[in-house]
Design a protein around this ligand. Structure first.
Ligand SMILES: [Fe+2]
Length: 386
């Protein structure tokens, strides 16, 4: 039995033994019998080369050096091309020939064993070479596994990129749909607001166009004050509907020439609360009903209907109040001729900080200072008597 420590091999290995001496082949066959190898023999280099082609997955090739026709070195050089992964061993009686050293240096031969060899040494050497062969096989297996997994990762990555691309396309499409839907809703809202605005004006020809003018003026002031777009939009919608509550006020009162009596004035005042009651049920994107409810409130608490003061009044309502006064004073009314834009500006300046918000008043006066009479009304739509 083999007394040197050997490595437990994982695979059953094929070995090719080439020697022109039958006796050596017989001995080798005897030595390796029962060791768990598949031993193949060839009695010439020529036969050896033929067997190399026929036997798949050879792990070890042992060749005698001195053979007729071809030396062991020459044979193993050719074997190296046919089975590059097999371990190659030369059996020789010589230890110092240039050919052997050169072949080892070139990597054609992994090991040489000098004759005569000891059985145990030979078995140990074969076991170590096959263990090395197993490492090479394992290394190649891992290498192929890594390559395969890399290829799978590349495919997976391609799949992910495609999924991301498709998801992005889908999201973009949905964003477009949402935008179109939002624009449609915005159009419906604008149309509805305009229709509601026209309904109240149809009952009061003297104030026809009043809400539209107030919308323009309030928008100009809000922009001058650099308010956020959402707040400006809320101001415009509120302005377009701010007198909708007059729908509940008898048209005889709305169109009455001359001053109104106390009761009539009180009736007109109900338009703020009426508007709030009409609009509070509508889910506007902004607090339209509250803004309109407060458009006759004044900073010193002298307004109506809640007699709110200062900060308690929404900024949108403070702007709407000033825009309403500018338009009302610039326009003709059944009970008086138009007072004009200059008078309106004087009114705003005089009551800056008392009736009207300071910042709103300042914005108005600045606009008027910069652009004069055209500030709040387009030139083609100038108020008479202004
Ligand atoms: Fe009003």
């Amino acid at each position: 039995m083999n007394s040197l420590p050997t490595t437990q091999l994982k695979h059953r290995h094929s070995i090719l033994m080439v020697d022109d001496e039958e006796a050596i082949l017989d001995i080798m066959t005897m030595v390796l019998a029962g060791e768990g190898y598949d031993l193949h023999t060839a009695s010439s280099a020529e036969e050896g080369l033929k067997k190399l082609q026929e036997i798949p997955g050879l792990s070890l090739i042992i060749s005698d050096q001195m053979m007729p026709g071809m030396t062991g070195v020459e044979f193993l050089e050719q074997a190296c091309n046919i089975c590059p992964d097999a371990q190659r061993v030369l059996l020789t009686g010589y230890t110092d020939t240039d050919a052997i050293i050169n072949a080892i240096n070139k990597g054609r031969i992994h090991l040489y064993i000098t004759k005569p060899w000891r059985r145990d040494d030979l078995l140990y050497t074969i076991n170590q070479l096959l263990s090395k062969a197993e490492l090479i096989i394992e290394n190649r297996r891992l290498d192929e596994l890594v390559k395969k997994q890399n290829a799978e990762l590349v495919e997976l990555n391609k799949g992910l990129e495609e999924k991301v691309r498709l998801k992005t396309l889908d999201l973009n499409r949905r964003a477009e749909e949402l935008k179109a839907s939002y624009e449609k809703i915005q159009m419906i809202l604008d149309g509805t607001v305009l229709a509601m605005s026209k309904i109240v004006e149809s009952r009061d020809p003297y104030t026809a166009g009043h809400q539209q003018q107030v919308t323009n003026i309030a928008g100009i002031i809000a922009e001058k004050m650099s308010l956020p777009p959402d707040q400006i939009e809320a101001i415009r919608i509120s302005a377009a509907l701010h007198d909708i509550g007059k729908i509940a006020v008898p048209s005889e009162i709305l169109t009455k020439p001359g001053q109104l009596n106390h009761l009539e004035r009180e009736l007109v005042k109900t338009h703020c609360r009426n508007a709030y009651d009409i609009l509070k049920a509508i889910e506007f994107p902004y607090r339209i009903a509250e803004i309109i409810l407060q458009h006759h409130e004044r900073m010193d608490g002298s307004g109506y209907p809640q007699e709110l003061k200062g900060e308690a009044i929404m900024m949108e309502a403070r702007i709407l109040a000033v825009a309403d006064v500018i338009e009302a004073m610039s326009a003709h009314r059944p009970y008086r001729p138009a007072l004009g834009i200059d008078a309106a500006m004087e009114e705003i300046e005089r009551h800056r900080g008392t009736l009207y918000d300071r910042d709103v008043a300042d914005a108005c006066l600045e606009i008027y200072k910069e652009k004069g009479a055209d500030s709040f009304f387009p030139a083609t739509d100038m108020k008479q008597g202004g």
